[in-house]
Design a protein around this ligand. Structure first.
Ligand code: NZQ
Ligand code: ZN
Length: 381
């Protein structure tokens, strides 16, 4: 284990009916004006919007609506939300949605209180915000674990860039599996694959192998695979959705990263692919992972062998990778770039741009060259 300090600022309320209980305890601690932020319509359709609004109003809060946060939230949407928060003197932000809504709100929170443009501050000056409007998260689609970390993933369209911006931690997160009941099967599986990816990417970081975090990561991977398979049998299995919801939080709340370095090279490729194509995050990862792992298999053979045994019950690294590839197909997730729902046709030219602009990770099994990133991506065409 490397040295570490660990602290946790987010209080989690998990289970059926968690919202009523959580908000009863949390709302007395927050100011009068609450921004209720959500996405493109699912919150209203599912009835969760009315439920949350009623609870807020009964608690005497003035509700400021902020809607239309899109999947893969944009920097422009962050600025719109921050302007509204300032104009209406918002005291608290309640983000209700999947990773996109939660991420957008994390950055709205800090941008609303910062004098300067947050991207210029973080990427221009290398400074990070120290204050933000307090916020809470209500998860309606799991997978990213965004509700338990402060890193938001934002698309800056003008710069053709998708990547992390440091925002606020939610002070509390509400995880009610029943709120995910209306998420379409393909989105549930895409989100769950994102969870699996987070655990795999953390596990493959270039750290010593004697690490308790690896054991936890392998458990999360195994549990994610088991519960995704349960959903293939019955998509409405709420026990499975609940397990996946906590797998999702566990995979990206920092616990798996304790005392170790991480890889996250597949994520870097997928994020930049997202900047050009706006594709679904979990589905982009499903396409990229097998090709990436074929390239680095020999650089981390012992780790891949352990992964093969403990996650898929296979004997060696190669058969573990075959099992991962077959599992992606079994789930009906995309395996080729052409199957991603992209706003533009994915051509070798676009993939060259992705390869030339994505982050290159130094703490994975091996540092890739940009040509190799391009090779990996074109193998997915
Ligand atoms: O917009 P609405 O109408 O709400 O529809 C959403 C959206 O179309 C729908 N949805 C959400 N809850 C629903 C529902 N539909 C029916 N019933 C419900 N209860 O699901 C669709 C996808 O939502 P989105 O939030 O985009 O999905 P996800 O949770 O996968 O988030 C993806 C975003 O998170 C980033 C990704 O890059 C991407 O931008 N990530 C954030 C991370 C983090 N902060 O830690 C880590 C991840 O690696 C990831 O990069
Ligand atoms: Zn992810």
């Amino acid at each position: 284990m490397n040295n570490f300090t660990f602290t946790y600022p987010t209080k989690v309320y998990f289970g059926e009916g968690a919202a009523a209980d959580a908000l009863k305890q949390e709302l007395p601690k927050v100011g009068k004006t609450v921004m209720l932020a959500y996405g493109g319509g699912s919150l209203k359709k599912s009835g969760v919007y009315d439920e949350l609004k009623d609870i807020l109003e009964q608690a005497g809060k003035e509700v400021v609506d902020f809607s239309g946060i899109m999947p893969n939230p944009t920097y422009a949407k962050v600025q719109e939300g921050a302007a509204l928060a300032r104009e209406r003197h918002v005291d608290f932000i309640l983000a209700a949605g999947g990773g996109s809504v939660v991420d957008c709100c994390k950055v709205i929170s800090v941008q609303a209180m910062a004098e300067e443009d947050i991207w210029d501050m973080e990427y221009g000056k290398g400074q990070f915000p120290t204050e933000g409007i307090p916020m809470g998260a209500v998860v309606t689609a799991s997978g990213t674990g965004a509700e338990m970390n402060y890193g938001a993933v934002i698309t800056y369209e003008e710069k053709m860039w998708k990547g992390p911006i440091v925002g606020s931690f939610a002070s509390f997160a509400i995880l009610d599996p029943a709120y995910t009941a209306t998420v379409p099967a393909m989105q549930v599986l895409s989100g769950a694959f994102d969870t699996l990816s987070h655990a795999m990417e953390t596990y493959l970081g270039n750290s010593d192998t004697d690490n308790v975090s690896d054991d936890v990561a392998l458990s999360i991977m195994r549990n994610t695979v088991v519960n995704m398979r349960r959903l293939l049998v019955n998509v409405n299995d709420m026990q499975a959705r609940g397990n996946l919801m906590w797998d999702s939080a566990m995979a990206e709340n920092g616990i798996l990263k304790v005392g170790r370095l991480t890889d996250f090279q597949a994520h870097q490729m997928e994020h930049q692919l997202g900047a050009y194509t706006d594709c679904n995050h979990g589905q982009g990862l499903a396409v990229i992972h097998p090709a990436y792992y074929r390239h680095i298999l020999k650089d981390a053979e012992a780790k891949f062998t352990r992964f093969a045994k403990e996650v898929f019950g296979k004997d060696n690294a190669e058969s573990g990778l075959e099992a991962l590839t077959a599992f992606i197909e079994e789930c009906g997730l995309p395996t080729k770039m052409g199957q991603l729902k992209s706003k533009v046709e994915i051509t070798p030219d676009i993939l060259r741009k992705v390869a030339d602009t994505c982050n290159i990770i130094k703490s994975g099994p091996r540092e890739l060259s940009r040509d190799e990133v391009y090779e990996i991506l074109t193998e997915c065409l």
